[in-house]
Design a protein. Structure first.
Length: 447
């Protein structure tokens, strides 16, 4: 009975986790997917414009998370940064409705710079409120008895957010969209984000007992999680982040091309149903796995999860032998392999993130959000696409016409190869975790 009690999460806490986890991911879907589409469709298709936006956004998001994490600990507050941050975050999305579209040739470069700056502002506010403050709050209100479940639920939220935005608002942004459609899109999604922050003011609470931590200077707090001394003192924490990083690199190799692979390379034109089935099954599997992790211990799940991810990638790659021959078999193989790889990406995120939270020292919850951002977001989003680009270039040697470029199934083999490197951090974490887990459980039980 006691184990259930210490692992229980209250209704209001779950409400805040789901509210801010979901709405935050809805906002990030707009930033990660639709700002690029807006730039390409309404400003310019020149690739340098999208590259500038993605690169600067990632840099400012990482820096802002370092700042936000330091502020959270120095002030001893999370709720104010989260709720008011989400309210302002929504307004930064709505501001895109004011951007002049279809600019003349003499003005389009100025519009590119404007959109890049606005995207950076949106990323700064989002990273402080979501990546830094919300993740710090989640660490506060969870413990080793429930973190696998909490973090896996959070890992599912991007899928739910994509479904909501795609299903409810995508028609406002397609190639036939008018400037008014785009304005409605940004206003509606911005309102959703701001309303989420307003609701949070009434239902969210900071954990009791958090005190401001101003022992060090702000500069020291800003760089804290990246200091060699801190890394040496918290080696296990960084091993957990390393596992998360490798898994995220493997994911980034194929995810940016997933829809083009299914529709173009595999020739499945009506891909909405199989993709929907994959997302649903992946979410269900990850929730079941997270409950099992909290019940039986995370150490039993590292190796099977990595193996399942590798097998899933190989299964999807093998579907290439049925392209153009047997559509039903092709779809079945896609659903089977796709469910494994997407499900594994969710479970791995929950598994390593939950373990990483366990190792964060008390009073330093905010200071360790920046290194998570560097290793889980910045590095994978640079390395993964570079590996993918190498594989694509190798597969398209001799292709002169850009329109003839094919996104090859070998991207999944590349992902499987990278996934194998997860065994290194997984072994280190798995061998050291059981004793530490028992110590944490005793500590929680005595409180």
């Amino acid at each position: 009975m006691k184990t259930k009690k210490i692992g229980a999460v209250g209704f209001k806490t779950w409400s805040s986790i789901i509210l801010f986890g979901l709405i935050g991911q809805i906002a990030w879907v707009v930033e990660n997917m639709y700002f690029s589409r807006f730039m390409q469709n309404e400003i310019t298709r020149e690739p340098y414009a999208t590259t500038l936006m993605v690169a600067f956004s990632a840099i400012f998001a990482t820096l802002s998370t370092l700042v936000g994490g330091a502020l959270c600990d120095r002030k001893g507050k999370r709720k104010v940064f989260i709720c008011w941050g989400y309210i302002i975050w929504g307004f930064t999305i709505m501001m895109f409705a004011l951007v002049p579209m279809k600019p003349s040739e003499d003005r389009f470069f100025a519009m590119v710079i404007l959109v890049v700056i606005m995207d950076c502002v949106m990323s700064i506010i989002g990273s402080i409120s979501n990546d830094a403050s919300f993740n710090t709050w989640v660490t506060d209100v969870s413990n080793t008895a429930n973190r696998a479940k909490v973090d896996t639920v959070l890992a599912i939220m991007p899928l739910v957010a994509i479904g909501i935005v795609f299903g409810g608002f995508d028609s406002m942004t397609n190639e036939n969209a008018t400037p008014d459609d785009w304005k409605k899109f940004f206003i509606l999604l911005g309102v959703i984000t701001s309303v989420g922050g307003l609701i949070g003011l009434f239902i969210m609470k900071d954990k009791k007992g958090i005190v401001p931590n101003t022992e060090n200077s702000f500069v020291s707090d800003f760089t804290y999680s990246l200091q060699p001394k801190v890394i040496r003192q918290n080696k296990m924490l960084y091993w957990c982040l390393a596992g998360n990083m490798v898994s995220a690199v493997a994911y980034q190799i194929y995810v940016n091309y997933l829809f083009n692979i299914v529709e173009g390379t595999m020739g499945i034109k009506n891909y909405i149903i199989p993709i929907g089935v994959i997302m649903l099954l992946s979410a269900v599997i990850s929730v079941i796995a997270s409950a099992a992790m909290d019940k039986f211990g995370k150490k039993h799940f590292y190796y099977p999860t990595i193996i399942a991810g590798v097998i899933g990638c190989i299964i999807v790659w093998a579907s290439k032998f049925y392209i153009g021959k047997n559509d039903k078999t092709l779809i079945i193989i896609l659903i089977l392999g796709g469910t494994l790889i997407i499900g594994v990406s969710l479970v791995m995120a929950g598994l390593f993130t939950a373990s990483y939270r366990d190792y964060i020292p008390n009073g330093k919850e905010g200071l360790f959000q920046g290194c998570r951002m560097v290793m889980y977001v910045l590095v994978p989003m640079i390395v993964g696409p570079l590996v993918a680009q190498f594989i694509i270039n190798m597969a398209n040697r001799g292709v002169a016409n850009e329109a003839d470029i094919v996104y090859p199934m070998e991207l999944f083999i590349g992902s499987a190869a990278i996934m194998l490197f997860c065994f290194i951090p997984a072994t280190v974490v798995r061998n050291n975790q059981p004793q530490f887990h028992d110590e944490l459980m005793k500590q929680i039980d005595s409180e």
